[in-house]
Write a protein that binds this ligand. Structure first.
Ligand code: HAM
Length: 413
């Protein structure tokens, strides 16, 4: 679980600001859901046999309640739509951003508290919305200046098609059981599709020869997927169909996608999601099709840092040097008045006293364009010293009532 330090925050804010504007421009509305939900919500939505639910959840009991820190946002949003009576044929384009918790083994790009931008479009059968939200993610990379990402796409079909494919797959892996690693043997019973996701190189060959889901899709899912591929080609988005892309959460149906990068090592997924047409009904709501994705904020921040796309921190415009007891009380008033007059400017005042030389040192280090000098002598004469800090220029004086205009002129100079 990481601290985000002030030196890192400009990148986070740049990313969050860009995301907020982008999703709003596509008609998505922000929604905020609790960090704590009932454990059984995640068990039901994500699936008991998934890694997330079986190994990674921060769960605890309070009185007779079994609670969990959310490992992802989709289940909570689906729960919120049901419990707030927001379904009944309605359509929603929603997004949220915030911390998620998974007790995974930490490594670069994989943390126990991490942040996701989560986007959900509920009530849309697609495939037009599938194409639109993928186009939105592609636009985000362009806006951020991130180039080292690739789109992988697959269709998981309907639950029925997946069930018959699953039988095929189990039969295939059973016939090679001796060559399966321990993890895959464990998955064979509960979640055989996840074997396809194995990172073990010894499993490569046996996985490569396994039956492929895309060849066993039902007709409607096939049509849906072909239309999505055609739409993406039509808007010029490159994609790679990866029949092994199965995702780690059980609620997906039909479209699944993942943006991966070669810049982050093993943790290569930066944004991933898909369609979950059965989830809301499975949780007790009216049957409603939906699709969404989540983006790992830490991973995208790291891509921005690597690509040197981090915005420089914005320094104060004016640093106020204060010299003397009377000046100290007056400087506070003058600074507050200037903040009223120039609300777009940033003022930082020397607090806690100190020698003039040390104060000028702080002024210089702050990055401010200008120093104002308010000493007992200046106050007595109704003026302030004005000293540009980023160019060769001497200190001049300005009547205190004219300071706002003088600051503007000096900064724009
Ligand atoms: P997910 O694939 O589990 O999907 O996570 C989405 C993204 O969150 C990942 O691609 C990765 O960037 C980031 N992420 C996941 N775990 C960690 C971690 N331990 N540390 C850092 N980043 C991480 C979901 O969560 C789905 N709810 C997405 C979705 C929304 N599907 C439909 N709607």
């Amino acid at each position: 679980m990481n601290d985000v330090l002030p030196s890192e925050i400009a990148t986070w804010q740049f990313l969050e600001g860009t995301v907020r504007e982008l999703v709003t421009s596509y008609g998505f509305q922000e929604m905020r859901v609790p960090i704590v939900e009932e454990t059984r919500l995640f068990k039901r939505a994500i699936g008991e046999l998934t890694d997330v639910v079986s190994k990674e959840m921060y769960s605890f009991e309070m009185g007779d309640e079994k609670l969990t820190l959310r490992p992802e946002a989709t289940a909570g949003i689906a729960r919120a739509l049901i419990s707030n009576g927001m379904l009944r044929g309605a359509r929603h384009k929603l997004w949220c951003i915030g911390p998620m918790f998974r007790h995974e083994k930490p490594q670069k790009g994989r943390y126990r508290q991490f942040h996701q931008l989560d986007v959900e479009a509920v009530g849309f059968p697609g495939p037009d919305i599938d194409a639109e939200i993928i186009a939105m993610t592609a636009r985000l990379w362009r806006l951020l200046g991130i180039t080292r990402v690739k789109l992988q796409l697959n269709s998981l079909g309907t639950p029925e098609a997946r069930r018959s494919y699953r039988e095929l797959l189990v039969a295939y892996f059973r016939s090679h059981e001796a060559r399966l690693d321990a993890d895959s043997k464990r998955r064979l019973e509960g979640n055989p599709l996840r074997i396809l996701d194995s990172k073990n190189p010894d499993m490569r060959e046996i996985i490569d020869n396994a039956p492929v889901l895309t060849e066993h899709l039902d007709a409607e899912s096939r049509e849906h997927f072909d239309a999505l591929c055609a739409a993406l080609t039509g808007i010029g988005i490159e994609y790679h169909v990866n029949p092994r892309l199965v995702r780690g959460l059980d609620y997906y149906t039909r479209t699944v996608f993942e943006w991966t990068t070669d810049a982050l090592g093993a943790q290569d997924a930066v944004c991933a999601g898909g369609r979950y047409d059965g989830l809301i009904a499975h949780l007790g709501g009216a049957s409603t099709p939906a699709i969404g994705f989540a983006m790992g904020i830490e991973r995208v921040v790291e891509l921005l840092v690597q690509a040197q796309k981090t915005p420089p921190p914005r320094p104060p415009d004016v640093f106020i040097v204060v010299n003397g007891r009377r000046a100290s009380a007056e400087a506070l008033k003058i600074a507050e008045r200037l903040r009223n007059e120039l609300p777009h400017r940033r003022f930082e005042m020397n607090l806690g006293g100190g020698k003039i030389g040390a104060q000028f040192g702080r002024a210089d280090k702050s990055g401010a364009a200008l120093a104002l000098v308010l000493g007992d002598d200046e106050i007595a004469r109704g003026v302030a010293g004005v000293k540009p800090l980023r160019q060769e220029a001497g200190q001049s004086e300005c009547p205190i009532p004219d300071l706002a205009a003088r600051i503007e002129a000096a900064i724009q100079h």
